[in-house]
Design a protein around this ligand. Structure first.
Ligand SMILES: Cc1ncc(COP(=O)(O)O)c(C=O)c1O
Length: 438
């Protein structure tokens, strides 16, 4: 039998030196995760929260935190989370609408295998979170259908037609659990990778498209709380627009899939889904959820204390201050140095900036060349496209590096883009027209 040796990897980005975000020899702007300067604060926060929770367990003397939990997730955690989200969203969130998960990825997988037809359709935006595309490929009986985008968000005119066509086309298996023939996976707020947010008008329209077509909208809401603009009416999650008081309400067509990964630590593996009663009902009966009690029950107890003690609020405030500064620095560099043949739109929150290169430029080719010559890397657009399009784009992340490293890297990237546009495009035969506006 062949024995393969296991390499001692330390984190998800370990392995290839060129993609290792901890490797100082090349600056990696790909990674959507916090760096050590931010994560170090988790030590004292988690210590305090753990101490608080364990003392409470000892006081009560039943040690339920070490027992199988309840299916929807620890009551105290959902109660504290509901209070926290209500404060942060400026909209009331009810603990009974929350189901705890092991993060947004787990939430998405759970939705796909619990409430969507096994031979159904998954609608995705032209560019989307690249690993969600990998998740979808694990459901080979479902068809993945791409919906075009306009100005960095879903094009609802196109979507309406595509959904109607697909609905006509198939015979989808529906029963009392698989209640939706199709799901639209979207990131309406501070999109990954475009950074853009769906307007309130479009949110309303998307909800009515979903209701009229019995579609589930699975909103990946992991960036919603990372808002850097002080505005009177901040963007609301799409869930807000699926209001049970509306006469057209159909029991809930939207799920808000949230996570502590971007607002606390990715390793915590705790998230939540805010769902209407139909979806909640199915999930609470899910064998996978029931068999394990709650998912991540112990951690939910610690996080309940973290929320109760106000530690999560102060940590999130710090993250917002830090990321706001980073985004500003990065955009200021782009405003000054990005070659005129490229363009971008300044996001108001989240982790990512999406750069358009001249139409016809192969972003993958550019990135390989840039890694070699300039020791900077980012993710080329085609990685985010189910159809392998959008190749003339790059995604930059503000999450990992401190300001000084980020500024240096983005300036270098701009120099590289100019060098490439002047010297490489002609020799590779790429088009050099000005950047498109998609
Ligand atoms: C849009 C989006 N969804 C989900 C995730 C992963 O979330 P989680 O760690 O909660 O599974 C990421 C991480 O980069 C993301 O960008």
């Amino acid at each position: 039998m062949n024995q393969t040796e296991e390499t001692h990897l330390r984190h998800l980005f370990d392995g290839e030196p060129i993609l290792n975000v901890y490797n100082d020899e090349i600056i990696n702007l790909s990674v959507g995760a916090p760096g050590p300067d931010l994560l170090q604060l988790c030590v004292s926060n988690m210590r305090q929260a753990t101490e608080h929770r364990l003392l409470a367990e000892e006081r009560e003397g039943k040690y339920y935190l070490f027992q199988y939990g309840i299916t929807a997730g620890l009551y105290e955690c959902r109660r504290e989370l509901a209070k926290f989200l209500s404060r942060r969203y400026l909209d009331s969130v009810d603990g009974k609408d929350l189901i705890l998960t092991c993060g947004a990825t787990h939430g998405l997988q759970l939705l796909l295998c619990s409430v969507v037809s096994p031979n159904g359709v998954i609608f995705v935006e032209e560019v989307t979170y690249m690993i969600a595309l990998n998740v979808f490929k694990q459901f080979p009986l479902m068809r993945i259908v791409t919906v075009p985008m306009k100005l960095g968000v879903v094009d609802l005119d196109a979507m309406e037609k595509i959904v109607a066509d697909e609905k006509e086309r198939g015979e989808y298996l529906i029963d009392e659990e698989k209640i939706f023939w199709a799901v639209f996976y979207t990131i309406p707020t501070y999109h990954n990778p475009t950074g853009m947010t769906l307007s309130p008008e479009n949110c309303k329209r998307l909800v009515s498209i979903a209701r009229e077509n019995s579609l589930l909208v699975a909103c990946d809401d992991v960036y919603n709380l990372l808002r850097y603009e002080d505005v009177e009416d901040p963007p609301q999650r799409l869930f807000y627009y699926d209001n049970p008081c509306d006469p057209e309400y159909r029991g809930g067509n939207v799920v808000s899939n949230g996570s502590f990964s971007k607002i606390l630590s990715p390793a915590i593996r705790l998230g939540w889904m805010e769902c209407g009663s139909r979806v909640c009902g199915v999930l609470k009966q899910s064998g996978i959820m029931k068999s394990g009690g709650a998912v991540n029950h112990y951690v939910s107890g610690v996080v309940a204390s973290l929320l109760e003690l106000g530690l999560e609020d102060s940590y999130l405030n710090l993250l917002i201050r830090t990321y706001k500064e980073r985004l500003e620095s990065l955009c200021n560099i782009l405003d000054r140095y990005l070659p005129r043949c490229c363009s971008y739109r300044r996001p108001e929150g989240g982790y990512f900036v999406w750069i358009s290169l001249p139409v016809g430029t192969n972003g993958e080719h550019f990135i390989r060349w840039c890694q070699e010559k300039y020791k900077v890397t980012a993710i080329p657009g085609s990685r985010f496209s189910n159809a392998g399009r959008s190749e003339n784009h790059l995604r930059l992340s503000i999450a990992f590096h401190k300001n000084d490293v980020l500024e240096k890297a983005v300036k270098t990237l701009c120099t590289a883009l100019l060098d490439y546009a002047r010297n490489e495009i002609a020799t590779t035969g790429n088009d050099t027209r000005t950047a498109n506006e998609d």
